[in-house]
Design a protein around this ligand. Sequence first.
Ligand code: ZN
Ligand code: ZN
Ligand code: FE
Length: 753
Amino acid sequence: MKRSRAADAVVFGVVQGVGFRPFIYRLAKRFGYKGWVKNIGFGVKIHLESKDADDFSLFFQALIKEKPPLSQIENIDREPAEFSDCQQFEIKKSIHSQSFVFISPDISICDNCRKEMLDPEDRRYRYPFINCTDCGPRYTIVKALPYDRPQTTMSHFKMCSQCQKEYTDPSDRRYHAQPVACPECGPEIELKKSSTGEKIKGGIPQASVFIKQGSILAVKGLGGFHLVCNPFNKKAVDRLRKIKKRKTKPFALMASGLPVIERYGMMDPYEKEQLCSAQRPIVLLRKKKEIPGIAPFLSEIGFMLPYTPLHYLLLQDLDLIVATSSNPKDSPIMKDEKEGINALCDYVLTHNRPIHMRSDDSVMKVVDKKPLFLRRARGYVPYPQKVPESLVSQKQILALGGELKDTISIYKNGYVITSQFLGDLDEYQNYTYFEETIKHLSGLFEFKPDVVVSDLHPDFHTTRYAERMGIPHLKVQHHYAHALAAMLEHHYDRRKKALGIILDGFGYGGDSTAWGAEFLLADYHTYTRAGHFKYMPLPGGDLAAKQPWRMALAYLIDAYKSDFPQVKSIARINRKKLDHIQQMITKDICCPQASSCGRLFDAVSYLIGLAPEQAEFEAEAPMRLESAADDTIGSFYGFEISGDSVPYIVSFSHAIRSIVSDLNKNVPIPVISARFHNTLSEALVQMSEKIRNIHGINTIVLAGGVFLNKFLLARTLQNLESRNFDVLRPVHYSPNDELISLGQIAYALAKKP
Ligand code: ZN
Ligand code: ZN
Ligand code: FE
């Protein structure tokens, strides 16, 4: 930039509500500049004035290097400006504009606050609600815009004079931190016995003692209550399993620090980075040392670090606690004691800062150095997703997602906000949560939809909701939406096609059949089905997803026709039941057909003796299969790709026969599991090459719930990249059905409604 005495700059990105203006204020003071800073639309405008001609480059270098931890800078436009002889540097009041105003996600306690909290001289010594501009609750406590204290759940706490002083002093690190509080004026902790409601003295240290002794506690966090117990106390863990009605579903652990996690889990630097990030997700790590009963039958275990000051204080005398969300089966996480928390625990550690919007912990694995989200919620919502310039529309769009693992997305002025994970909407309580969330996001972002988008499925609650809205309604095929979401996230070129490989449970197809594992030639406007896995009968429909042996039988019959050899796991099933299901399959009674990939995993997991007869939770059988795989094995089984033109059909009957033969040769299970994974990966690569040869398409999109399988995803990425494909996969979103609403937005934008 040319040297002059004044400069204007606009910083675009996530720069509002994250302490950006006070940061600029302090930076300008340090450089001795006069001028001002203010919020504008989706950015911050800065005016700088210097005593002498200057190019201000050192200022902007420092700005980029030292930016507040929660901010994300997309772009800085700067130019010389008129010198107007400002007398000071000031933070100008922002004018409330119609465009998006960014709201920060909830962020873990920062280092500065932690230091203060542990300093006996500090007035917030051991205060569990300490926070500042860089940290603390946001999304879960805001009720409406503008994001000011009276519009948050802190409104009924009147700031004391000291807090007020910090709040109004631009040089203070608590300047305009809406939840600012201290022991004088802020929220308070309360420990109660759940059976009687009796208050118990001793606060957080006493709560730690109860946990150590084997009690189950409900602890109020940012987005809801956790149920907490001592992971080494078998009785407590068993009781918690009874309360949650979960026999085998893994529990997450919260550890006091990295050294504790290091004892039980293997961590690479990228996993460490995610664990320590300000978002504090649960990260699934490979087990190093087993903690019985926490994640049975699986090779991975989920850890997180404390993220609120309260958690830090609670874990001062404890290494490790079970911290699972306080939802009875099939309900959203509880945010209020009145929702029935007392029935789930012995003691409640609660406080009087209300949670306005509930939000679960986020869960991820790390693959290829980047996140792979199993659940995206606290810490990441409501980060905005920018859409490619060519798709920007003036309309406002609401996308309702699918039915299971739902999220909603809203689009306004070039950005999409995707909600936190909402759960399965076939449950009444989750459906209420879905409605709560639409209301919440609409309020926060002054959003009023012109268009609504849903899945093609006529019976989804979301589809019906959309129909009732009485505004233009678009419908998008489920798997196509998976692909579109990843294309939007990576700003894929609007003029080009990609091959979407979507491996999923199942979704309503474009031809009214149930689709599952799909190869879609897609751009933002349309798609063609280039291939799919062979249709298989699902004996008993939905029951087939819950009883993996039914699928095992279906695949055996398909591979051998009726005369299949003896398989140990199948022989364990009651003879009568077995005959009955065999009849159903051969006579095609109550056997809807689907090209599912999830069900293929169920079948193989059961065949080789890993899956239980009855799965307790979704993906239990596939997770056990993945856990068993030996990653030193590179070999794979045969498979068939048939058809002379699209759609090509991929069949694994050959692989099923090889698996049975390996079983009978006593080949170790980890080898069989690895070979099966490799077979799938090889099939995907061969299909990709076949389609590249015909259509010249070199970009592959990988999405769908099956790609939560780290073994499969890592191998497939490697194989595709080694054959010079460009691969896109969701990184900021889960590849599972949480992704659908984002894809629906992409579709609507391309339609230019
Ligand atoms: Zn802080
Ligand atoms: Zn105070
Ligand atoms: Fe899906």
